[in-house]
Design a protein around this ligand. Structure first.
Ligand code: AOF
Ligand code: ZN
Length: 380
């Protein structure tokens, strides 16, 4: 017979797996899972699926019905205490007769932040906190970042050859990596609130930047039952408003936001009529869009938890130099593109070994014939 501590971890691990079912759909809300256990039996399960809909606890309570009375609730996030789009889960747990509450992490949302615990404690529910906390935090890194006033969690994705090239000198780049790596990119898009790219990617590739079903075979991203994919906000950094009105990304489902420094009203109106929204941001001293301002806007105005940066050397280099990249997903294909082809990052003033940027490799794994290197910039 395992001890209470082990059993708590086991049920919490199950709740975390349920929470993961919402990873492509809950944004801007967090992924949350809940398991109700009575007399050593799971009597209810629930997870949060879509913003505006039932929270995990309410779904689990519905699942359990009368059997919730006297049960222990395992929840991956502190139950909410506020009337948001839905009523407070803490009250629902109290009303249902839950006697013990095991939680992985406190809710960083300032509207909750400990009040959910207090509400349950005041009603006489025994509380255990911090079970598998690191896993719950990892699942909601972007949500935690936004709620604690930091910029959105940012992943940079790039596809390169074995000689570190991302496109031919002409800009042609389709395709360097194979289908398995491209499927993974679909998953990265699907878990992101926004996909950011540069205008050059639109001009060369006419990228759609959407999450989509494959023409044949299994979809890379599970289709939410009876609904369309939740499309990330598409953000195009377009300093001088060069976006063509016929660009495919403007007519795809979901929204396209153009980030510019141009104040050309006529161009802006034309693009807005074609379906885009435009935002004029401050310029950097060298006349580019101030990326820090853009990231702030995406966090605060667009409630973005996670950003995927899918772009070429110039914007990738600028984002890296601005310290905006948390994780790099570099897909390396077994091919060579030669010295005329474009490099991964344009970074100014790197002439001595003392200028090198050190990375930390967290993981290397195969996707079909390609390798994905997951790296993180080291704090210098
Ligand atoms: C929970 N269980 O499953 C989730 C919680 O707008 P609302 O009403 O959906 O509230 C969103 C906030 O509720 C969100 O920012 C976070 O603090 C909390 N999310 N809480 O008890 C859940 N998804
Ligand atoms: Zn709730």
């Amino acid at each position: 017979m395992s001890g209470q501590f082990e059993m708590d971890a086991l049920y919490m691990a199950h709740a975390l797996r349920l929470a993961e079912r919402g990873r492509y759909t809950t944004a801007p809300n967090p992924c949350v899972g809940c398991v109700l256990v009575r007399d050593g039996q799971i009597v209810g399960e629930g997870w949060h699926l879509w913003v505006g809909e039932n929270h995990a606890e309410v779904n689990a309570l519905h699942d359990a019905g009368d059997q919730a009375r006297g049960a222990t609730a395992y929840v991956t996030l502190e139950p909410c205490s506020h009337h948001g789009r839905t009523p407070p889960c803490s009250q629902a747990l109290v009303d249902a007769g839950i006697v013990r509450l095991v939680v992985a992490m406190q809710d960083p949302n300032p509207q909750v932040a400990g009040r959910g615990f207090r509400m349950c404690e005041d009603a006489g529910i025994e509380i255990v906190r911090g079970v598998l906390e690191a896993d719950a935090m990892a699942l909601n890194r972007g949500f935690v970042a936004r709620m604690t006033g930091r910029r959105p969690f940012t992943r940079l994705k790039m596809a390169m050859s074995m000689d570190g090239r991302t496109a031919m000198a002409s800009g042609e780049s389709q395709w360097i990596t194979g289908p398995a790596a491209r499927d993974e990119v679909q998953r990265l898009r699907a878990l992101s609130s926004a996909v950011v790219t540069g205008i050059d990617s639109i001009l060369y590739d006419d990228s759609r930047l959407t999450v989509r079903l494959p023409e044949a075979g299994e979809p890379a991203v599970p289709v939410p039952a009876g609904r369309p994919y939740r499309q990330p906000l598409r953000v195009v950094v377009d300093t001088h408003l060069r976006m063509p009105v016929a660009a495919r990304c403007l007519s795809e489902p979901g929204r396209t936001l153009i980030a510019t420094i141009s104040t050309d009203e006529t161009k802006r109106q034309v693009l807005e009529r074609a379906g885009a929204s435009c935002i004029v941001l401050p310029a950097t001293p060298d006349g580019q869009v101030d990326l820090e301002a853009l990231w702030r806007y995406l966090g605060q105005q667009e409630a973005c938890n996670d950003i995927l940066l899918e772009t070429g050397a110039t914007l990738a280099g600028a984002a890296l130099e601005a310290g905006l990249v948390d994780e790099m997903h570099l897909f390396m294909a077994p091919t060579l593109l030669g010295p005329e082809a474009r490099p991964l990052f344009s970074m100014a003033g790197m002439t001595a070994m003392a200028h090198q940027r050190h990375l930390h490799i967290e993981d290397v794994r195969a996707f079909g014939d390609d390798w994905r290197i997951l790296a993180r910039p080291r704090i210098q």
